[in-house]
Design a protein around this ligand. Structure first.
Ligand code: SF4
Length: 391
């Protein structure tokens, strides 16, 4: 059968491209209306005991988060998983690239499970290995590849991390992007250029606001155009080559909503994630990772007002946990991460009960070569000095 490369199909890679993986689960997926779901999840988790470790990303639904042994952002969760070598099963309530990172950082005998395989990430899917390899060749043809260091955001597939590992690059998170870019800029002398994957906004915001690189020194590589849509002169003058990718959630926040809210709420603090567009970040008072956002709200004085630009599940949870603060969402519309939301209680119950029966469902396994190369880029990140003030 001829396979079709569909760029935005969350997890169709290497499987039937005409089906949406994860929609059908082998065995019986409990009905969402089953009144015993909470009791079933609790019972299955108790039966598994220390053999299972459940990780919950901050953007997960409350119905799932209540069963998480730890919560955190993608990097913290991968490290938490690595710190539990005794756990036979790691159930990752998050999205596919996070489960891949957990598999890379845990032992070969540990099994990482993603309760719904359709929980992908549209941003990670915007940079596919074939596209990046093609861009790399085009950079060589343009005579600049020798000056380029690839840097990939944690929110990328394992094969993109591996690409960075074998080409002298590094992984970064939203907390350490500044030090990762500083490290990368020092790798090839004064003419170094960075190919930043896959989120153009994190790359641009960090380069311009933290490293003082000019907006005119940032160009966007469009993988759907010949030579990325860039002229030889544009490439020669660029210091940051930003991959044309974005987060479908954080890309929604807009500067006019900030103006609108500031006109209506006095002393408003605007707190956003660096995956937001540059003009939004410029208008915000505080910018940082999900962990930074949580810490900022926890430390805020009672009675203060906050408009937060990140995923809605987290904003709602913060508002519930801090009723003494005036917390609002920085968008006029409801905006959840639809792929994060794929992990619901029925899928979690199904995954846990399958493990109780000795059946490992939806295992995420990175092949050994990709894992070894991705580990090189991850290790370079772990070796970076300190973390930033936005940690
Ligand atoms: S919030 Fe954005 S970056 Fe995070 S998983 Fe969803 S689409 Fe991907």
């Amino acid at each position: 059968m001829t396979t079709v490369d569909l760029p935005l199909l969350p997890l169709g890679r290497g499987s039937d491209p005409l089906s949406e993986r994860g929609v059908e689960c082998p065995g019986d997926l409990p009905a969402a209306s089953d009144p015993d779901l909470v009791a079933r999840a609790r019972a299955a988790k108790e039966k598994l005991g220390e053999r299972v470790f459940v990780l919950g990303h901050h953007y997960q639904r409350d119905e799932v988060i209540q069963f998480a042994d730890v919560t955190g952002d993608s990097f913290k969760l991968a490290r938490d998983a690595a710190a539990r070598p005794d756990a036979e099963y790691i159930v990752f309530c998050g999205v596919h690239f996070m489960a891949e990172s957990a598999d890379i950082l845990t032992g070969p005998e540990q099994k990482v499970v993603l309760p719904d395989l359709a929980a992908g990430c549209s941003m990670a899917d915007m940079a596919r290995l074939a596209q990046v390899e093609k861009a790399w060749e085009a950079l060589a043809a343009a005579g600049v590849q020798d000056q380029v260091v690839p840097v990939t955001y944690m929110n990328s597939s394992a094969d993109i991390k591996a690409f960075c590992g074998r080409n002298g690059g590094v992984v970064c998170t939203s907390s350490n992007a500044e030090v990762a870019l500083e490290w990368a800029m020092a790798q090839k002398g004064p003419d170094t250029k960075i190919l930043f994957l896959p989120d153009q906004h994190l790359g641009r915001n960090t380069a311009v606001l933290e490293l003082g690189i000019g907006l005119d020194e940032c160009v966007v590589w469009n993988p759907f155009k010949p030579n990325g849509g860039l002229s030889a002169e544009e490439l020669a003058n660029a210091r940051m080559i930003l991959w044309k990718g974005h987060c479908s959630v954080h890309g929604r926040f807009s500067a006019d909503v900030i103006d609108d809210l500031r006109a209506r709420v006095s002393d408003l603090n605007v707190l956003v994630h660096p995956e937001c567009q540059h003009e939004v970040v410029l208008k915000a008072d505080f910018v940082g990772s999900t962990e930074y956002i949580i810490n900022k709200i926890e430390a805020a004085a009672p009675g203060t007002s906050w408009a937060i630009g990140t995923e809605l599940n987290l904003v709602q949870r913060l508002a519930k946990a801090h009723p003494d603060k005036n917390i609002m969402f920085l968008d006029r519309n409801v905006c959840y991460c639809s792929t994060m939301n794929r992990i619901d209680l029925p899928h979690l119950v199904w995954a846990l009960e399958s493990l109780v029966e000795g059946v490992v469902v939806n295992r995420i396994e990175v092949d050994p070569k990709t894992e070894a190369e991705a580990l090189v880029a991850l290790q370079r990140m772990l070796d970076l000095p300190g973390r930033t003030s936005r940690d």
